[in-house]
Design a protein around this ligand. Structure first.
Ligand code: NDP
Length: 263
């Protein structure tokens, strides 16, 4: 998707993938800087490690404590420095809005998962002004820790551990259950029925339709998978590197062709 975006913007740049051992991340970032790279994206586990390796942090990276995008820029002294950004958190909100039609302020949300993506989603949804947030996670202590963070930073959000009794506007799966065909459902069916949810979002995008999304469609819920999250974090990164609006529709086509083999 990045190369399709760069070509559309008429830039003779290339986006390449490198497999970097976390032990060599600092050297790799330094090498990229010295070779005149415009920037890089980072994925797990580099996102957390890079926070202490870049010379400057954008507000987005400081807020979320993770760097997924780096831009190499020249400072006032003529030195090239690495500035870290985070484009993941905003991408969740944008995808919920544009792919699922959910405007978050005032909404009731059930969030499954409190790993890296679940924690950021919970905090970002709270920042967006959801009214009620129900948190469910296999390791309950992790959900409790996220709930504590929300109570501290967003005291107006009602945060509860466990399944709701009534209806929710949105059910969001941020667990990795559904990636493998043999996975159990992330939802405890005896504690929550999909009839209680209006819309269901699964962060997983491969497979395109997890069993959770299939069941949600059958129950009449609006549904979307996580491909939009991946798209929008990349589109924002392209804008950070180029200073130009990202050609999102073209990037989406390229991404879907690549992930799903259709174009
Ligand atoms: P983490 O490893 O940090 O978290 C995994 C989460 O899944 C935890 O909540 C974990 O619970 C739960 N989980 C894993 N296995 C089981 C199980 N057997 N039973 C119950 N719960 C389980 O991963 P991430 O937060 O980074 O990613 C979570 C999901 O989001 C993944 O599917 C990933 O592909 C997707 N994702 C999608 C993105 C996109 O762009 N669309 C971006 C980032 C992530 P516990 O805490 O108890 O271990």
């Amino acid at each position: 998707m990045q190369n399709a975006g760069l070509a559309t913007l008429g830039l003779n740049w290339r986006y390449l993938a490198f497999d970097v051992d976390p032990r060599h991340l600092r050297a790799a970032l330094d090498g990229a800087k010295r070779m005149g790279f415009i920037g890089v994206n980072l994925t797990v586990p580099h996102k957390l490690l890079a926070v202490d390796m870049v010379e400057a942090l954008d507000e987005s990276a400081r807020t979320w404590g993770a760097v997924n995008t780096v831009r190499f820029e020249v400072d006032a002294h003529g030195q090239t420095v690495a500035r870290g950004f985070n484009t993941d958190a905003d991408a969740i909100v944008r995808s919920l809005r544009e792919d699922l039609g959910v405007e978050l302020p005032g909404k009731r949300v059930l969030l499954l998962g409190a790993g890296g993506a679940g924690r950021v989603a919970a905090l970002r949804l709270a920042a967006e002004g959801v009214a009620v947030l129900h948190l469910v996670n296999r390791t309950e202590a992790k959900a409790a820790a996220v709930a504590e963070e929300i109570r501290q930073w967003h005291p107006r959000v009602q945060v509860q551990l466990g399944y709701p009794k009534g209806e929710v506007d949105l059910l969001l799966n941020a667990t990795s259950l559904g990636l493998a065909a043999t996975d159990a459902s992330p939802l405890a069916a005896q504690q929550f029925s999909l009839d209680q949810a209006r819309a269901v979002y699964d962060m997983i995008y491969r497979p395109a339709e997890t069993p959770l999304l299939k069941a949600a469609q059958a129950a009449g819920c609006r549904t979307a998978n996580g491909i939009g999250m991946l798209l929008y974090q990349g589109a924002k990164a392209l804008e950070i590197w180029t200073g130009q609006p990202a050609p999102v529709a073209i990037m989406r086509r390229a991404l879907e062709a690549n992930v799903y083999g259709r174009g």
